[in-house]
Design a protein around this ligand. Structure first.
Ligand code: SF4
Ligand code: SF4
Length: 491
């Protein structure tokens, strides 16, 4: 394993005759230590006092190496200063001010990039009528109610989808199959048969399939729960929080809230299904922005292992759209939970805030994304009729269809998608230090906001940068005080 944070460790002394200036990085601190987050490589370096002094000196403006050395030689050994200048130049934290800016890489993924995860929309029908739903609400992009798509995926289409996944996952030993809706459990018979079929087909090919599914929990029953546990199916429950929050927007078509229906079913699920951790997925709206209350209710009172929260995807004029002030408030509470996450991590304890865990894992792995997410590449969605789309949120949208499970992916269309959505095409992002983690964000959000899935999500930039900065600080704190904790992300 490579160390999570590289210390500047000089190996040789080199004189640099060119004027020196700061280059692109994002600085952060933790427990008094100073770090650099390098862009676009996503490498993290811990500064020693000499490195910090060099960067502070160059923060005042470009400087000749001799003058820089002389200005610092009263406090630091000359050899050490020279070595550190060399090291900082090597990692491109400093360099020739006239040198071109680091180019945003524009290389496309290889043509045989494997499909890792396929999301099957086994139905587009739902028994809830959540006000903000991207499938049924005001911002829907596919007409699932009156459109031409079948309401339910047939067993044959589901089996074809499995064969498609196994073929497209190419050399991968493990493929991931996720069931989605509508309300997924409305098509439980197909879900059951598909799991059995996928297991058999994968075994024949020396592979393994991992299963997960998302549900609103209204249709959970003892036999379904037992089946989920027996088959080690990962479960994510869509739920928004305590009764007052859940019943506000997650309602049946007659307007009745769903909290009292889902709570006992979720409790039974959590009691019986112990073979995989169960997570909650919360949609935050302006109507209920008490993130802390929601998180504590779902973890402490209901008992979820982890909770992930995401702001609603919608346009600004909806009354549930999160306002700029609401985003600030959401960020403040996210940060509070993230610091709590750190407190637990320092004691080697679990904390269920998956937003913090996910970002810190990406930082640790040095993720530098060319795309906002894996949609259309390592991840694809399948609509009820077998059409393959970018992801589950685009399932059934002709504009975002990449092929069909029976005939495969239209490689020309996919290539064009990959060119249009690459970070190289998002010029607004080219000067942003957070681009290794964000890379322009979710395509569905962009489609709803700007009518163009390839548009960068510029309405969230301040939020993303603040959040990423906080996660970097937390990462640095762990690297300083409990680096062993980070090893769990190496698995
Ligand atoms: S969308 Fe905004 S935050 Fe994200 S990479 Fe682009 S400029 Fe940065
Ligand atoms: S496009 Fe958005 S909703 Fe779809 S997989 Fe990517 S991040 Fe998720």
């Amino acid at each position: 394993m490579s160390p999570p944070v590289a210390a500047l460790s000089p190996t040789r002394t080199v004189r640099n005759d060119r004027t020196l200036a700061l280059r692109e990085f994002h600085p952060f601190e933790a427990f008094g230590a100073r770090f650099l987050y390098m862009v676009p490589s996503a490498g993290i370096f811990r500064l020693d006092s000499t490195g910090a002094a060099i960067l502070d000196a160059l923060a005042a403006g470009p400087c000749e190496p001799d003058a820089l050395v002389e200005s610092l030689s009263g406090e630091y050994e000359i050899d050490r200063i020279l070595e550190t200048i060399h090291e900082l130049t090597e990692i491109r934290a400093i360099g020739d001010p006239s040198a071109p800016k680091e180019q945003v890489p524009n290389d496309l993924p290889p043509a045989d990039f494997p499909l890792n995860t396929m999301v099957l929309n086994v139905t587009n029908k739902c028994n809830l009528a959540c006000t903000y739903c991207y499938e049924y609400g005001e911002d829907k992009i596919v007409d699932t109610r009156y459109g031409k798509q079948p309401k339910f995926m047939s067993e044959e289409t589901a089996e074809e989808s499995v064969d498609f996944l196994l073929a497209e996952s190419k050399g991968q030993q493990v493929a991931r199959l996720t069931f989605f809706g509508g309300e997924t459990l409305l098509n439980f018979p197909v879900l059951q048969k598909t799991v059995a079929y996928a297991r058999r087909r994968a075994q024949e090919q020396g592979k393994r399939v991992e299963f997960s599914f998302t549900t609103n929990a209204t249709l959970l029953r003892p036999d379904i729960i037992q089946w989920l546990a027996d088959n080690q199916i990962g479960v994510t429950i869509s739920i928004d929080g305590p009764k007052a929050v859940q019943d506000g927007l997650r309602v049946f078509s007659n307007g009745r809230g769903s909290y009292d229906v889902v709570l006992p079913k979720i409790k039974e699920l959590l009691q019986v299904h112990r073979s995989r951790p169960i997570g909650a997925r919360v949609t935050l709206t302006q109507k209920h922005l008490n993130v802390l209350e929601i998180f504590r209710h779902l973890t402490q009172e209901v008992g979820f292992w982890e909770v992930g929260l995401a702001p609603v995807t919608t346009q600004d004029h909806r009354d549930y759209a999160i306002t700029p002030e609401g985003k600030d408030e959401m960020l403040r509470q996210f940060e509070q939970l993230a610091w709590e996450w750190l407190e637990c991590a320092l004691r080697d304890e679990h904390h269920g805030f998956s937003n913090a865990r996910d970002t810190i894992e990406e930082i640790h792995k040095g993720v530098s994304k060319a795309y906002g997410c894996g949609a259309g590449l390592g991840l694809m969605g399948v609509a009820t009729d077998g059409n393959v789309s970018l992801c589950h949120r685009f399932a059934g949208s002709p504009e975002h269809t990449l092929g069909h499970v029976s005939s495969g992916v239209d490689r020309v269309k996919q290539q064009s998608f990959l060119v249009d959505h690459h970070i190289a095409a998002k010029t607004d992002c080219h000067t942003c230090w957070a681009r290794p983690i964000c890379s322009g964000g979710c395509y569905h959000e962009a489609h709803v906001r700007y009518g163009d899935s390839s548009h960068a999500n510029l309405h969230y930039c301040t939020w993303v940068r603040s959040w990423t900065h906080t996660c970097l600080e937390i990462y640095g704190a762990l690297a300083e005080k409990n680096p062993k904790f980070l090893e769990r992300f190496d698995a």
